[in-house]
Design a binder for this molecule. Structure first.
Ligand code: SF4
Length: 481
């Protein structure tokens, strides 16, 4: 645990704080509100905040909670790093992401010289690394607050400490304690929102830092998830994305026996929910009852994102993925057979230690046979602290680039073939983005494909029927019925 918190901090307001959560955090939100009002009077305007999110959807989701807390305090959102308070919610999945963040912190330090009251907050996965926190403690003294992934709910409390002590506050925990429910949240889109159903991961894929920085798997109570879905739909949300590092092992450590298929059923019973998505399942935990639930439940999108990582059984073993090429293909075939029109998408890592062109050919074979609608392809990035980083057969950058190009070509061809099958069909789409300049709406199909079509701005956030007229590879041009 990395903390510099003064346990004898005797500020009377602090001592009087409730001990229970989330009451304690609402108390600090109120205290910060008062401090911010005074600041607004000095400035003659509302203080502003900006959150920069690096990395995955889990971080995006955490940033919504951070934004909710800051808005409840009274900050106004701004979209630049000149804001009065800047939060970097960091990622550490790739080594070069850390270098980028240090560069950006340096830039913020220069901005702070022009505005002494500027506050800089760093949080997220990178802060779970002792070496990163030490570097910031030594070289970036101007950073105000640092915390990790397990205590994001403490933002208001830590900001209050910073204001009252005038010192840098560091509070990074090794492990999660409790799951704190009912914090304010800010939903960026209004019509779609993510809900964390679990935190952490127990899988320890040999290349991945997540289990070390986000801790062991913890599932939220199903009734809290359903309540959050109900609350979101009462505020206009139509599409819910259930989020977790390994969603289909949901409930594994809970005693109520509710597993992921049943959770899907429970969330779909919330009246205002029109669509449910989930991200990401692990191929090793995909039971038949889950496939049947996706097939039968009208509200569950017919899109399964099934991370492959490699099509080589030899590499899958080295990656500690717990399935072979054949088992993956068998699962993909079963999903396609039982869920008509399902779209399969995936993640693939290229350049894992020991990878040869033969392994890449195996991966391409899976891409073709599974018929992925799209694939996120990543170049392997060595992460210190993971077993794969210590493997002595690392692949050179040139070889990895050659493998990558070979894969990309196959992915592009397969994706275009798959998308083409939808040409001429009429589908329901969620209107997600409107461009004034072109008058075009971007809508998302149930299967996650995008379509652009002329529409009124007012349709934003609604579900409409669109004919898919022309396939452009990864997206369609269409017209609304
Ligand atoms: S399932 Fe594997 S890749 Fe995904 S978060 Fe867990 S350890 Fe990382």
């Amino acid at each position: 645990m990395d903390r510099n918190i003064d346990t004898v901090f005797t500020d009377p307001q602090f001592v009087a704080a409730p001990q229970m959560e989330p009451e304690r955090q609402y108390y600090f939100i109120d205290l910060m509100k008062t401090l911010l009002l005074a600041r607004a009077t000095e400035l003659g305007r509302k203080p502003t905040m900006h959150i920069e999110t690096f990395g995955c959807q889990m971080n995006e989701k955490d940033s919504e909670t951070l934004a909710g807390i800051l808005k409840a305090i009274g900050y106004e959102e701004s979209d630049g790093e000149d804001a009065d308070l800047v939060v970097y919610n960091t990622c550490t999945v790739r080594e070069n992401a850390n270098t980028r963040v240090y560069g950006r912190i340096g830039y913020l330090g220069n901005r702070k010289k022009l505005n002494r009251d500027k506050r800089i907050v760093l949080c997220g996965c990178m802060m779970q690394e002792k070496s990163a926190v030490e570097k910031i403690r030594q070289s970036y003294r101007f950073v105000d607050v640092i915390f990790g992934t397990h205590n994001i709910y403490l933002l208001a409390e830590l900001l209050y400490r910073r204001e009252k002590t005038g010192k840098q506050v560091i509070d990074v925990w090794d492990k999660a304690k409790e799951i704190v429910e009912s914090l304010p949240r800010y939903n960026k889109y209004g019509f779609k929102a993510g809900i964390n159903i679990m935190y952490g991961c127990d899988n320890f894929c040999s290349y991945c830092i997540v289990p070390y920085v986000r801790g062991r798997e913890r599932s939220r109570a199903a009734e809290d998830i359903v309540e959050e879905a109900r609350h979101l739909t009462e505020n206009g949300v139509r599409e819910i994305m259930l989020l977790g590092q390994n969603v289909n092992s949901y409930g594994k450590n809970r005693e109520d026996g509710i597993r992921f298929a049943e959770l899907l059923r429970m969330v779909s019973k919330v009246e205002g929910v029109k669509r449910i998505r989930f991200m990401s399942p692990h191929p090793k935990d995909f039971p038949d009852d889950l496939i049947d639930e996706i097939a039968a439940n009208e509200k569950v999108c017919k899109h399964v994102h099934l991370p492959l990582q490699s099509g080589s059984s030899r590499l899958l073993k080295a990656m500690n993925r717990h399935y072979t090429k054949e088992q993956y293909l068998e699962l993909a075939a079963k999903i396609k057979e039982r869920i008509p029109d399902v779209a399969l998408t995936t993640d693939i890592i290229i350049g894992f230690p020991g990878e040869t062109m033969k392994d890449v050919e195996d991966t391409i074979d899976v891409v073709r046979k599974a018929g992925f609608m799209s694939a996120y392809t990543f170049l392997y990035s060595k992460r210190n602290g993971t077993p794969a980083a210590a493997m002595d057969n690392q692949v050179s950058d040139e070889v990895a680039a050659e493998h990558f190009n070979r894969l990309l070509q196959a992915v592009g061809e397969t994706a275009a073939e798959q998308a083409e099958r939808w040409t001429g069909r009429t589908e329901t789409v969620l209107c997600e983005e409107y461009k004034e300049e072109t008058g075009l709406m971007t809508g998302r199909l149930d299967n996650n494909l995008l379509v652009h079509f002329p529409a009124e701005k007012e349709a934003l956030g609604t579900l409409v029927r669109v004919r898919l007229e022309e396939c452009k590879g990864f997206y369609f041009l269409g017209s609304q019925l």
